[in-house]
Design a protein around this ligand. Structure first.
Ligand SMILES: [Fe+2]
Ligand SMILES: [Fe+2]
Length: 165
């Protein structure tokens, strides 16, 4: 980001960069696990669930790159060390069932992961909302990501409900 663009950000940039980097790590982790799960699952309902996992993984990838753009704009750098990426993440792990046909187990795990993301972005949104007029760009980015995480949770829960019927 240019000098003026950075100047107008009236929040503690160091703290903001730390929060954005943790969220950046969360997005990589979600992207990894959702892709992994899409390849892992088997059974008659697998195509629907796999295509939803693939679709949502693409959103997580997009979130990751939007956060990276904002981190660079603010004069920071997205985490470059893969091991540290997991250390700084808020939502570090998604634990899947052993059985590739246990789609309910897989859907529960990803719905829970979305719950973690919603918590993270909701807290972050409150933080950036407190100084909305000082960093409007980050506010709108976090608002956009939060609303997509809410849709993701809903999508996974809808699939779960269909499975239970
Ligand atoms: Fe995301
Ligand atoms: Fe998500």
């Amino acid at each position: 980001m240019g000098k003026k663009g950075r100047e107008i950000v009236g929040v503690d940039i160091k703290e903001l960069l730390k929060d954005l980097n943790s969220a950046y790590a969360d997005e990589w982790i979600a992207f990894f696990y959702y892709n992994w799960a899409a390849d892992f699952i088997e059974g008659p309902d697998y195509p629907t669930v796999a295509s939803e996992l693939d679709r949502i993984a693409k959103d997580e990838f997009e979130h990751m790159s939007e956060l990276a753009d904002r981190i660079f704009e603010l004069g920071g750098e997205p985490e470059r060390d893969l091991e540290d990426l997991q250390k700084i993440a808020n939502c570090k792990k998604v634990v899947f069932p052993k059985n590739e046909r246990d789609l309910e187990g897989v859907l529960n795990a990803v719905a829970e992961a979305e719950g973690c993301a919603i918590d993270v972005y909701n807290k972050l949104l409150k933080k950036v909302a407190a100084c909305y007029d000082k960093d409007v760009r980050t506010f709108h980015l976090i608002e956009h990501i939060l609303s997509e995480e809410i849709q993701h949770e809903e999508a996974f829960e809808n699939l779960l409900e269909k499975k239970r019927k």
